[in-house]
Design a protein around this ligand. Structure first.
Ligand code: CLF
Ligand code: SF4
Length: 495
C-alpha cells in the first residue's frame, strides 16, 4: 500500500466526475488556458496563442497545416517501461521508440535543413528518442543548439520521461525550447511498479515501488520547474487497462494544479510481435470507447489532445503521414545550400498558408516585431532574442511565426561585448532575411545601418503601441514600399 506519510509522494485529491462537460478540444485552447498563477511574468494570452497556433501537436487546427519532424539522436534510456522495446525496427511500423537510424548532431542538422526545404510546412523539430532525450544530454543539447543557431524559424520541442528533467530546464530555456512533453502514467508508486521494470538514477538501479516513487517525484518536480520557466508543458499518459485507466482522471487534477497545458491520453500499443513485456504477457490494449470515457473525465481538468499519432522517434511530415523513409541520411546532400534562401521560400509558403493565398495575389509586407509579451512593441532591437513575424496586406494581418536570434546586446564588458555584438548583429540580420519592416521601441545606429543596407526598414514610430492596432495601421503608411516590393517580385518571377 502507499505510505501516506511519505513526503516524496505527491498527494492528489480523490478522482471525481467533473461537473461540466469536457469543452476542451485543443482548437479552443487559446481561450481555455489552464494557467492559474497570477504573476506578471506569466505569458500573456497572445504569447500562448502564438506558441500553439503553428504547433501541430498543441493545436488541433494546426495539424492540418503544419508538419513536425523528430531527430533520432538519443539512443539510451534511463528507465524501462513495460510497453517499450527499442530493439525492433520496422519501416511500416509507427510507434514511439522505433527508428531506422540513429543520427549524430551534425547529421541531424543536415537532415533538418533538407526536410525544412522539402517540406515548407515544417514548423517544429522535436527530439523524442528512440530512448530518452535527457538520458543522452550531450547529444540532445548539441543537436538543439545546432538547430537553434542555424534555423531561426524553427520551433524546438522535446519529449521525456522526466527522470532528469529538473537538471536541464535552465538549458532548455536558454536554447529556446518552448514546448516540453513529459510522459507521466501515474502518481501512485504501486501502479508505477506495474508499469516500470526499473529506473536508473544517480548511478543506481531501482525497481518496484521504490523506483516508481523516485520517478514520480522527479516528474512532478520537472513539470513544476517547466511551469516556473514559462515552458508550455504537455503530459502524455499511456492508458493501460486494468492498471492505470481508472487513475488517469485523478492524475489530470494534479496536472491542472501544475499548470500543464495539454494532456494526451494515448492507448497502450501491445502486440506480442513487438516483444514488449506487456505484449508478451497478454496485456490488452484499451478499446476506443474506454479511451473516450477516460478522456471525457480527464478533460474536465486539463484540455485533451485527441489527434496524436503516436509517432516514431524519426517521424517526418504532417501528423497523418510519415515521410521518414524519404530522408535517409545517406541520401542527403552533405553540402546544403545557405539556409537563408530556404527560409525565404518557407516564409513565402507559410505567408500564403496563413493568408489563404492572399500573399500570392496582392502586395503585402512581412513585418518583424520586437516584443516581450506579444501584445505591445516593447523591446529595444538589441534586447530581442526573438522577433514575431506577421504578414500585413491592405485588409488583414496574420501571424506567420518567429525568428529566434542571439541577443544583439550581450553585456557590460565593453571589450568582449564589441566583438560578440558584431557577430550577433551579423546573425540577426541573416535571421531577418525576407523581412520588409522591423518594429521595435528603440534601435542603435549600427543595427539601423545594417538593416537599411539589406533593404529592411527599421521603424520606431510605434514604440509601446499595441501590436494589433499598429499592424492594422501600418500598411497604409508603407503601401508604396509594399507595391514596389510586389513589383520587384513579379519581375523576378517573369525572369
Ligand atoms: Fe514531437 Fe511530441 Fe513535440 Fe509533437 S509528437 S516531441 S509534441 S513535435 Fe505529437 Fe507525435 Fe503525438 Fe508526440 S503526434 S507522438 S504528441
Ligand atoms: Fe521506452 Fe521511452 Fe519508456 Fe525509455 S521512457 S523505456 S524510451 S517508452
Amino acid at each position: 500500500m502507499n505510505n501516506k506519510n511519505d513526503i516524496t509522494k505527491p498527494t492528489p485529491s480523490s478522482a471525481k466526475r467533473p461537473s461540466c462537460k469536457s469543452k476542451c478540444e485543443s482548437e479552443s485552447l487559446t481561450s481555455d488556458i489552464n494557467l492559474t498563477k497570477d504573476k506578471s511574468s506569466d505569458p500573456t494570452p497572445s504569447a500562448i496563442k502564438e506558441k500553439v497556433v503553428n504547433h501541430p501537436c498543441y493545436s488541433n487546427d494546426a495539424h492540418h497545416k503544419y508538419a513536425r519532424m523528430h531527430l533520432p539522436v538519443a539512443p539510451a534510456c534511463n528507465i524501462q517501461c513495460n510497453y517499450c522495446n527499442r530493439k525492433y525496427d520496422c519501416a511500416n511500423e509507427s510507434r514511439p521508440g522505433v527508428v531506422s537510424e540513429i543520427l549524430t548532431p551534425q547529421e541531424a542538422l543536415l537532415k533538418a535543413q533538407a526536410v525544412a526545404k522539402a517540406i515548407p510546412q515544417l514548423s517544429v523539430i522535436g527530439i523524442a528518442g528512440p530512448g530518452d532525450p535527457l538520458a543522452n544530454p550531450v547529444r540532445t543539447m548539441e543537436t538543439l543548439s545546432l538547430i537553434r543557431e542555424a534555423m531561426p524559424d524553427i520551433k524546438l520541442c522535446l519529449s521525456t520521461n522526466g527522470l532528469t528533467l529538473t537538471d536541464h530546464v535552465d538549458e532548455l530555456l536558454r536554447l529556446g525550447v518552448d514546448h516540453v512533453t513529459v510522459t507521466i502514467n501515474t502518481l501512485d508508486e504501486v501502479i508505477a511498479a506495474q508499469i516500470y521494470k526499473w529506473i536508473y538514477y544517480q548511478g543506481r538501479r531501482y525497481e518496484g515501488v521504490e523506483g516508481g516513487r523516485i520517478l514520480i517525484q522527479r516528474q512532478m518536480e520537472g513539470i513544476a520547474a517547466l511551469s516556473k520557466a514559462g515552458i508550455l508543458t504537455k503530459v502524455n499518459s499511456v492508458m493501460i487497462p486494468g492498471i492505470n485507466d481508472q487513475h488517469l482522471p485523478e492524475l489530470s487534477q494534479e496536472l491542472r494544479r501544475n499548470n500543464v497545458f495539454l494532456h494526451n491520453i494515448m492507448p497502450l500499443i501491445s502486440k506480442p510481435e513487438h516483444g514488449t513485456f506487456f505484449g508478451l504477457n497478454g496485456q490488452r490494449e484499451p478499446l476506443p470507447a474506454e479511451i473516450d470515457e477516460v478522456r471525457e473525465l480527464a478533460g474536465g481538468n486539463v484540455s485533451q489532445m485527441k489527434h496524436c499519432q503516436q509517432c516514431r522517434a524519426d517521424a517526418v511530415g504532417m501528423l497523418e503521414e510519415d515521410r521518414s523513409a524519404e530522408f535517409n541520411i545517406k541520401d542527403i546532400n552533405p553540402e546544403p545550400e545557405d539556409y537563408t534562401k530556404t527560409m525565404e521560400g518557407r516564409c513565402r509558403f507559410q505567408s500564403a498558408v496563413v493568408s489563404k493565398g492572399a500573399s500570392e495575389t496582392e502586395a503585402s509586407l512581412v513585418v518583424a516585431v520586437a516584443t516581450k509579451n506579444s501584445e505591445q512593441i516593447d523591446l529595444h532591437f538589441g534586447h530581442a532574442d526573438c522577433f514575431k513575424l506577421y504578414l500585413v496586406t491592405k485588409h488583414k494581418q496574420h501571424y506567420i511565426g518567429e525568428r529566434r536570434i542571439p541577443r544583439y546586446c550581450t553585456g557590460d564588458n565593453h571589450e568582449q561585448s564589441a566583438e560578440a555584438n558584431e557577430t550577433n548583429l551579423e546573425n540577426t540580420i541573416k535571421a531577418l532575411h525576407g523581412v520588409d519592416l522591423v518594429l521595435c521601441c528603440r534601435i542603435g545606429t549600427p543595427p539601423n545601418e545594417a538593416l537599411e543596407k539589406v533593404n529592411i526598414k527599421p521603424v520606431v514610430d510605434y514604440a509601446y503601441h499595441p501590436i494589433d492596432a499598429t499592424l492594422a495601421d501600418i500598411f497604409s503608411n508603407y503601401e508604396a514600399l509594399a507595391e514596389s516590393k510586389w513589383a520587384e517580385r513579379q519581375q523576378v518571377e517573369v525572369a
